[in-house]
Design a protein around this ligand. Structure first.
Ligand code: SF4
Length: 282
C-alpha cells in the first residue's frame, strides 16, 4: 500500500484548536453525566454543587472561557496510522507549537515548569506530554486532554501480588480514593490500568479516561469490576467537591493488558470534574 504523506505542520492548527476547545467546552457526554448525577445526588449541598458545575460548564462554553483556572499540562495522545509517512520539521516540535499557540491565543494559564527542581515556568505551557501509538490505517487521531494538577497529583501506582486478584485491585483503588478525599475535585472519572509493566499500566490508566462516561469495558469481568468499584466509591460519602454526598465518581474505566507471571500492576488516574478532552482525526 502507498504511504499517505503528511507534512508535520498539519498538526499545528489542529492541536491549537483542540487545546482551546478542550479547555473551554466540556463535551456533551460530561454535561449529560452532570445532569444525571444532579438528579441522583441525595445531599442538598451535593446537588447544589453539581448545579453550579453545570452552570459553570454552560458559561465557559458560551463565553469561550476556561472552565477551570488550572488549564493543566497538555496531554496529547496521537494514534498514527502505520501507512502515514511524515515530512517536514520534527513532529514533537510541531505538537509543541500547536500547544504554544492554543494556550497563547486562548488566554489559557501556563502551568509547565522547565525543570521539576528548578521550577521556572516555560511561559507557553510546553512541552506537551506526548503519547504516540502506531495503529492500522492511514489517518492520525489526535486527542488533547488538559490535565489539572489537583486530579493528576492524586494518581497512584502499586504492583500487587498476583494472588491478591480482583479483591486486591478493588481494595487498592478504594484505599487511594479514601486517602485523597475531595482533592481530585469530584465528581471525577477514575481511569484504572491493570497489568502490563509500570509504565504501560500508568499510560493505560490515563487513556482509560478518554472512554465516554457510561461505556463499559467489552470484557464482562472488567465491566463488572468497573460497576462494583463505581458503587463502592459512591458509597464513601465524599460527594461533589468533597462536600459530602453520593456522587463522588461519574464513572470508572478499566483497561487491562497481559503481564508477567509474578506481578499484578495497578495504576489509578483521576480526571476531575473539569473532564476536558477534544479529538480530531486528520
Ligand atoms: S483538579 Fe480539575 S477542577 Fe480541580 S482545580 Fe484542578 S483542573 Fe480544576
Amino acid at each position: 500500500m502507498m504511504s499517505r504523506i503528511l507534512n508535520t505542520e498539519v498538526v499545528v492548527p489542529v492541536i491549537e484548536r483542540l487545546v482551546k476547545k478542550a479547555c473551554c467546552e466540556l463535551n456533551d457526554n460530561v454535561m449529560e453525566a452532570f445532569r444525571s448525577a444532579c438528579e441522583q445526588e441525595e445531599s442538598v449541598l451535593g446537588k447544589e454543587t453539581i448545579q453550579i458545575l453545570i452552570e459553570n460548564g454552560e458559561y465557559a462554553k458560551r463565553e469561550q472561557m476556561a472552565c477551570c483556572h488550572d488549564t493543566g499540562a497538555a496531554v496529547v495522545i496521537m494514534e498514527i496510522g502505520q501507512n502515514v509517512a511524515w515530512e517536514g520539521k520534527p513532529l514533537k516540535e510541531q505538537v509543541n507549537e500547536g500547544v504554544r499557540q492554543g494556550y497563547e491565543k486562548g488566554n489559557l494559564r501556563k502551568s509547565m515548569v522547565a525543570d521539576p527542581l528548578e521550577r521556572v515556568n516555560t511561559n507557553d505551557n510546553t512541552p506537551a506530554i506526548l503519547h504516540t501509538e502506531i495503529v492500522e490505517g492511514d489517518t492520525v487521531t489526535i486527542t488533547v486532554m488538559p490535565k489539572g494538577g489537583g486530579s493528576e497529583n492524586m494518581g497512584a501506582f502499586k504492583t500487587l501480588l498476583p494472588g491478591q486478584g480482583i479483591q486486591g485491585v478493588k481494595d487498592f483503588v478504594l484505599e487511594v480514593v479514601k486517602r485523597v478525599g475531595g482533592n481530585p475535585c469530584p465528581p471525577y472519572i477514575i481511569g484504572i490500568g491493570v497489568g502490563g509493566t509500570m509504565d504501560k499500566c500508568a499510560v493505560m490508566a490515563k487513556k482509560a479516561l478518554i472512554r465516554p462516561i457510561g461505556k463499559r469495558n467489552a470484557k464482562p469481568l472488567y465491566a463488572e469490576l468497573e460497576k462494583e468499584i463505581l458503587d463502592a466509591v459512591n458509597n464513601t460519602g465524599i460527594g461533589p467537591l468533597g462536600m459530602g454526598g453520593r456522587i463522588t465518581a461519574l464513572d470508572v474505566h478499566i483497561d487491562y493488558y497481559p503481564c508477567h507471571i509474578t506481578a499484578l500492576p495497578v495504576a489509578v488516574n483521576f480526571q476531575c470534574n473539569a473532564a476536558r478532552q477534544a479529538t480530531e482525526t486528520i
